[in-house]
Design a protein around this ligand. Structure first.
Ligand code: SAM
Length: 297
C-alpha cells in the first residue's frame, strides 16, 4: 500500500475535519462528501485500480476517495475547483507521496496534455464522485477531446446512470445513451442512497463504470453529423425520424432523403428515432453524409 491507510470515509472524521477548518459547503459546486467506507471500497473495486494505474480524480472534496485511490494506484492527480478545500487536502493527504493536487476548474484543464505528461500518453483512469451539475460536459469532454482514458468510474445521479446504460425502446434511451455507448461500454456497479453523503443529496446516486473502447465497434465517418442527427431525433421524441430531421434545416436532410435511406436500410419509413440502435444511427448517418456529398438530397 502506498502511504497510510485511509482514515476518512466515515461521518465522525469527516465532521471533525470540516469543523477544524470551519468549512462552508458551496452548493454551486455540487458538494456532497462521501462518508461510507463500503461505498468507497466498492468504487475502488469497480475501477479496478492497481499500482500500474495513473488516476485522475475530479473533485476530491476533503480527500476521502483520494486517500483510497492513493493507497491503490501508482499515482493520482486530484483536480479541485474550491480554493477553500486546498489546505484541507494538503492536511488529509500529507502522508501520501504519489498525489498531486491541482486547484482548477476541470472543464478548463487540458486532460490530454496531463495524461501525456503524467503517464507518457498511456491511458489513464478517471475516478470521481462527480459534481452532478456538470456530469455530462465532463464525460462528453473526455470522449470528444480523445483524452487517452481506459475507464471512467464515476458516481452520478441514479437517473443519469440509467440513461447512460439504456437501450432502444426504453423510456431512458436518448442522446446521452447513444453518445456514451458510441465510445464506451457502460455498467452500473452500485446504487448509493443519499445517507452515504454529507450533506445528503436530494436524489439517489449510482456508481457507473464506462469501459472506453480502444476500437469502437461501430464508427461514423462524420461524428459531428452522427451526433447532430441523434440530437435532432430526440429533440422531437414523439415525432417520426423524417419529421424530426426535417425540423432541423441545417442538417440538410430532407424528408425524401430520410425515406430513401430508411427504405435502403429496410426500416419502416414511419420509424421513430427512439427505436433505432446505435449501429442503425451510424449507418443512417454514413448514408446521409454520402448522399449529401453527392448532392442527391
Ligand atoms: N470526492 C469527494 C467525495 O467523494 O467526498 C467530493 C465529491 S463532491 C460530489 C464534488 C466535488 O467536485 C466537490 O469537492 C466540488 O468542490 C468539486 N467541483 C465542483 N465543480 C468542479 C469543477 N468544475 N472542477 C473541479 N472540481 C469541481
Amino acid at each position: 500500500m502506498a502511504g497510510p491507510r485511509p482514515v476518512l470515509g466515515n461521518s465522525r472524521n469527516t465532521i471533525e475535519i470540516l469543523n477544524k477548518y470551519r468549512f462552508v459547503f458551496q452548493k454551486k459546486y455540487g458538494q456532497n462528501f462521501l462518508i461510507d467506507s463500503h461505498v468507497l471500497d466498492k468504487i475502488i473495486e469497480a475501477a479496478d485500480i492497481t499500482e500500474e494505474d495513473y488516476v485522475v480524480e475530479i473533485g476530491p472534496g476533503i480527500g476521502t476517495m483520494t486517500q483510497y485511490l492513493a493507497a491503490a494506484a501508482g499515482g493520482v492527480t486530484a483536480i479541485e475547483i474550491d480554493r477553500a478545500l486546498i489546505p484541507i487536502l494538503k492536511d488529509t493527504l500529507s502522508g501520501y507521496r504519489n498525489i498531486e493536487i491541482l486547484n482548477e476548474d476541470v472543464l478548463k484543464v487540458d486532460l490530454k496534455q496531463l495524461a501525456d505528461k503524467k503517464n507518457n500518453g498511456r491511458p489513464i483512469k478517471i475516478v470521481a464522485n462527480l459534481p452532478y451539475y456538470i456530469t455530462t460536459p465532463i464525460i462528453m469532454g473526455l470522449f470528444e477531446k480523445h483524452v487517452p482514458v481506459s475507464s471512467i468510474t464515476v458516481m452520478v445521479q441514479k437517473e443519469v446512470a440509467e440513461r447512460m446504460q439504456a437501450g432502444p425502446g426504453t423510456k431512458d434511451y436518448g442522446a446521452l445513451s447513444l453518445a456514451v455507448q458510441y465510445y464506451a461500454l457502460p455498467y452500473i456497479a452500485a446504487n448509493v442512497p443519499p445517507n452515504c453523503f454529507i450533506p445528503r443529496p436530494g436524489v439517489g446516486s449510482a456508481v457507473i463504470r464506462l469501459n472506453v473502447y480502444e476500437q469502437p465497434p461501430v464508427r461514423a465517418e462524420d461524428e459531428g453529423l452522427l451526433f447532430s442527427i441523434i440530437r435532432a431525433s430526440f429533440n422531437q421524441r414523439r415525432k417520426t425520424l423524417q419529421n424530426g430531421l426535417s425540423h432541423v434545416p441545417e442538417l440538410g436532410i430532407s424528408k425524401e432523403l430520410t425515406v430513401r435511406i430508411l427504405e435502403e436500410m429496410e426500416l419502416p419509413v414511419s420509424v421513430r428515432g427512439e427505436a433505432l440502435t446505435l449501429k442503425q444511427f451510424v449507418t443512417f448517418s454514413n448514408l446521409a453524409g454520402w448522399y449529401r456529398n453527392t448532392q442527391m438530397t
